[in-house]
Write a protein that binds this ligand. Structure first.
Ligand code: C2E
Ligand code: CA
Ligand code: CA
Ligand code: CA
Length: 281
């Protein structure tokens, strides 16, 4: 395919995103975007259900390059993993988040908020990951409690003891760890005790089930929340789009929520403005 814009690939059916030529092209665009500094970050507010205050931002990667138009992280992150580009990206996201925190240090001292950074499961096999994290925390003088790393449930499926130990060491630093996309990776409830995580993110697919006509949705979410409670994990529901879903989550005792109902991912200036002037609607 000759076109230089990924949109032209997307006219093909869904399986084309798994096509080797498409993936190769995307991997080249990722390298270009890295060297041209075309990646940037968005911040998605995570709200405390007790008082609707912002307790955290999930950091989400974006690319401004024309050639990546229409291609989000749900597509390019798995390709970055396959083409050995993910370690560079994860490091870039961590360092850029830390830079932003350092630039806003005085403001954030007065308005504390946690930054939740998505980390690829690849990092569990990366012997340098913890070392890099410690170095960057030190270099940018970041209070570790301001940072939360999100690891998807599927990363834990084949985890070995060595990786669990590294995660425990990271927790010991004071960095928070959350189990992302919970409910999608077939971890049994009693396995949870083995993982040094302090937060659990309920996947959007379960939040989607929360509607009056669907009693099983309520039952599943209730079960996840009570299980999380017995392991003393805080719960975050993602993908909350309707007032009805929010009302359910509040009633069922979910601690935190994020979703388009409350806010979309924002540029840093807009995210910061929300912290100063909370939504009064
Ligand atoms: P995720 O970690 O599950 O992130 C949540 C995704 O759901 C984000 O999409 C977010 O914009 C979207 N979302 C949140 N609330 C709603 C809602 O109410 N409705 C709908 N329809 N969507 C909602 P995004 O930014 O496209 O990210 C997709 C995935 O890409 C993420 O899923 C994460 O796995 C990965 N990703 C994003 N940024 C990074 C990053 O910096 N590093 C790594 N390693 N992965 C990243
Ligand atoms: Ca996430
Ligand atoms: Ca998630
Ligand atoms: Ca998800």
């Amino acid at each position: 395919v000759k076109s230089n814009n990924l949109l032209s690939f997307q006219e093909f059916d869904e399986p084309f995103s798994k096509n080797i030529y498409f993936k190769k092209k995307v991997s080249e665009f990722i390298k270009e975007a890295l060297s041209n500094d075309e990646f940037y970050l968005n911040y998605m507010p995570i709200y405390d259900t007790k008082n609707l205050e912002i307790k955290a931002f999930e950091v989400l990667l974006r690319c401004s390059s024309e050639s990546m138009k229409g291609t989000g992280p749900d597509v390019f992150i798995p390709i970055a993993e396959e083409y050995n580009l993910i370690r560079v990206i994860d490091l870039w996201v961590i360092e850029s988040t830390f830079k932003n925190i350092k630039n806003n240090y005085d403001f954030l001292m007065k308005t504390p908020v946690v930054f939740c950074i998505n980390i690829s499961s690849e990092e569990l096999k990366n012997p340098l990951f913890k070392k890099n994290l410690v170095r960057l925390l030190d270099e940018y003088e970041i209070p570790p409690e301001w940072i939360e790393l999100e690891l998807t449930e599927t990363s834990f499926v084949e985890i070995d003891q060595k990786s669990i130990d590294v995660l425990s060491e990271i927790r010991t630093l004071g960095v928070n760890l959350s189990l992302d996309d919970f409910g999608t990776g077939y971890i049994s409830f009693n396995q949870l005790i083995n993982y040094p995580v302090n937060n659990l993110k309920i996947d959007k697919s379960f939040v989607d089930l929360l509607e009056t006509e669907n009693e099983s949705g309520e039952m599943i979410v209730r079960a996840i929340l009570s299980m999380a409670d017995s392991y003393e994990l805080h719960t975050i529901a993602e993908g909350v789009e309707t007032a009805e879903q929010y009302a359910y989550l509040l009633e069922l005792g979910c601690h935190y929520v994020q979703g388009y109902l409350l806010s979309k991912p924002l540029s840093w200036p807009l995210a910061k403005a929300l912290l100063i002037e909370p939504n009064t609607e």
